[in-house]
Design a protein around this ligand. Structure first.
Ligand SMILES: [Zn+2]
Length: 344
């Protein structure tokens, strides 16, 4: 029995030394020291021993158990340490590697132009207002002097959700809404930037969705000269102090009289070139004095109150300012196009 125990110890220690796996070490432990393990199996034969032999074998068995246990614990510690070392090596950060570049984005060119125009008008005492892109027929057309049978509606065909709900064709509904909101004070000085929609075929100068900024100033004694002064300041701030403006008669259903504003061509300085098509002038926006019907419909007495309104396309302004020749460039999100203007 003594030999059996010594052999068992030798065998177990050898196996423990050879293994390099924590799980295998566990199964060795179970195989030798477990309830059904080899050591227990040997000790079952103790009953056959004489009284003198029993304590000797008992003592030996204990020392065998202790030796195996100690060997397992040491091995286990060694394996855990090795595993940790390996993990640390694998996950080590090489601080000498060059960093991965982080590409910082920037606002879209249209956003920048809109914000620039907003700042300019806020500086002249205007408030920035927003309104819904899904609009009622009433606010989009009727409240702006465009009744159901008005031919000017054809120029602004849009996407209808129902007979009465549509995607707004201009930001003018925000003006009508603001005038109603300010019914008590009757003093409105606002601009409304936002997305608008038309049933248009996309090409270099048309898009079914584009951006608009409209402005409205209604109060007592608002005159055409106020409009001209504001527009002149706007043109000079945005395109340069040396730009001239001119107003040409035009037609809009919601203003009377109506005008188109041109600025003198920056490329040829008014001499005439291909950019201005030989005229020396470039069309920038439409404007006019608010039509008396529009004032009445919003609850303002046209005999007491007057006002002017104007509307422009930030796309067109960006195209002129930066020499962009296709409106679709703004919406196709080609990063090579967009990032040219990050520092513009
Ligand atoms: Zn020119």
């Amino acid at each position: 029995m003594k030999e059996q125990l010594e052999l068992l110890e030798k065998e177990a220690i050898e196996k423990i030394e050879q293994t390099a796996d924590i799980k295998e070490l566990q199964s060795i432990k179970v195989a030798y020291l477990g309830k059904k393990g080899s050591l227990t199996g040997v000790l079952r034969g103790m009953g056959k021993l004489s009284k003198e032999e029993r304590p000797v074998i008992g003592e030996l068995a204990n020392s065998v158990r202790e030796a195996i246990t100690t060997a397992i614990e040491q091995k286990n510690e060694g394996l855990e340490h090795a595993a940790l070392e390996e993990k640390l090596t694998d996950e080590a950060i090489d601080v000498t590697l060059p960093g991965r570049p982080v590409h910082a984005g920037g606002p879209h060119l249209l956003t920048k132009i809109v914000e620039e125009i907003e700042d300019l008008f806020i500086g002249m005492g205007f408030e920035v207002r927003e309104g819904p892109e899904v609009e009622t027929d009433y606010f989009n057309f009727e409240a702006l002097n465009l009744p159901k049978d008005h031919p000017a509606r054809d120029m602004q065909d849009t996407f209808y959700l129902t007979n009465e709900l549509l995607l707004r064709t201009h930001t003018s509904p925000v003006q009508a809404r603001t005038m109603q909101a300010y019914e008590d004070s009757k003093s409105v000085k606002m601009i409304c930037p936002g997305k608008v929609y038309r049933r248009d075929t996309d090409d270099a100068t048309h898009s079914h969705q584009f951006t608009q900024i409209e402005g409205l100033y209604v109060d007592k004694h608002v005159k055409m000269s106020d409009l001209k002064g504001i527009l002149d300041t706007f043109a000079k701030k945005l395109f340069g102090e040396d730009r001239e403006i001119r107003l040409r008669p035009s037609f809009f259903p919601f203003t009377e009289p109506s005008v188109e504003m041109d600025i003198s061509c920056k490329v040829c300085n008014g001499e005439g070139c291909s950019v201005c098509k030989g005229t020396g002038w470039i069309e920038i926006l439409g404007a006019g004095m608010v039509h008396p019907n529009v004032l009445s419909m919003a609850g303002y007495d046209p005999k007491v109150y007057s006002g002017f309104a104007f509307g422009m396309g930030p796309e067109r302004i960006a195209m002129l300012k930066y020499g962009i020749n296709d409106i679709r460039q703004f919406y196709t999100n080609d990063i090579r196009f967009l990032k040219q203007f990050h520092n513009a």
